[in-house]
Write a protein of this length. Structure first.
Length: 273
């Protein structure tokens, strides 16, 4: 029986169609499917599974992370080739060493009076495709078993993530309705992923995950003990993409001459062509 990922078997025609454009990953095997390939391993309330759980709590916001998975120089939220199974099926988004690619973040709030308790997190981890869990046994094994990327802010000036720096594996924004504007504008609309060193063993060995969580300090873990203090909280929501770093950039077939600067080389300025 074929193992499926987001409703698509690893051998599906659409995945094969994408593989035709991924010559840069030809030397890397895809490896095994793991529990980390879908962000649902983070929480049972992951958005794709919300209909399986009946609870009175709503999601705080919708988070959507997209990249240029068909390498045409544009990121289109309505293009199936830039969404869905391509995000979570190896190789994911392929970025070459010394190359930067834009990743679009779409954050839609369902509630704006956060009172400083909403957290938006960006985190990167490696995926061990030799283990069903996807986890590595140690930090050293993780560093040696995954590609090296750096994640930059929208202006490509602030380093948010560095997978070789144990102090830079995650970045967090706090949403506060007392600071204008309080509609999640504090979170960047786009970030940039830079390939630094290639993935050593498998395709799709890096997971870039964004989450929105409600960290209400008044929430009681055991409301039955004191029902008077029960405070409503909101379901977390997640989205993620897989990445592969290759020694050389993937061939691109731009439809707009890369006018949107979705792809660039290290050292290029934001105005370089």
């Amino acid at each position: 029986m074929a193992i499926t990922l987001a409703g698509m078997p690893y051998g599906a025609d659409s995945v094969n169609a994408q593989d035709e454009h991924l010559s840069a990953t030809a030397g890397l095997p895809r490896g095994n499917e793991t529990q980390m390939d879908v962000a649902g391993d983070v929480s049972k309330y992951f958005g794709q599974r919300q209909n399986l759980y009946r609870d009175p709590n709503r999601k705080l916001a919708k988070i959507d992370v997209d990249g240029d998975f068909n390498y045409d120089g544009t990121i289109n939220n309505f293009d199936p080739a830039d969404n869905g199974a391509f995000q979570q099926t190896p190789p994911g988004l392929v970025v070459g060493v010394g190359e930067l690619t834009r990743v679009v973040v779409r954050l839609t709030p369902y509630k704006i009076d956060y009172e400083g308790r909403a957290k938006v997190r960006l985190e990167v981890t490696g995926i061990n495709r030799d283990a069903k869990s996807g986890e590595f046994d140690s930090d050293e094994e993780r560093r040696n078993g995954m590609g090296h990327i750096i994640v930059w802010d929208t202006n490509r000036e602030t380093k948010l993530i560095d997978t070789r720096d144990p102090e830079r594996l995650s970045y967090e924004w706090t949403i506060d309705d007392r600071v204008y504007p309080y509609n999640l504008q504090i979170v960047p609309r786009a970030i940039y992923v830079e390939g630094v060193s290639p993935s050593p063993r498998y395709q799709g060995d890096i997971r870039l995950l964004m989450s929105v969580t409600d960290e209400n300090p008044n929430y009681l873990v055991d409301p039955k003990a004191n029902p008077v203090r029960v405070a409503r909280f909101f379901r977390p929501t997640y989205d993620h993409i897989l990445l592969t770093v290759t020694p050389t950039p993937q061939e691109k077939r731009y439809i707009n001459a890369n006018a949107e600067k979705v792809w660039s080389r290290k050292g290029d300025t934001m105005t370089d062509k």
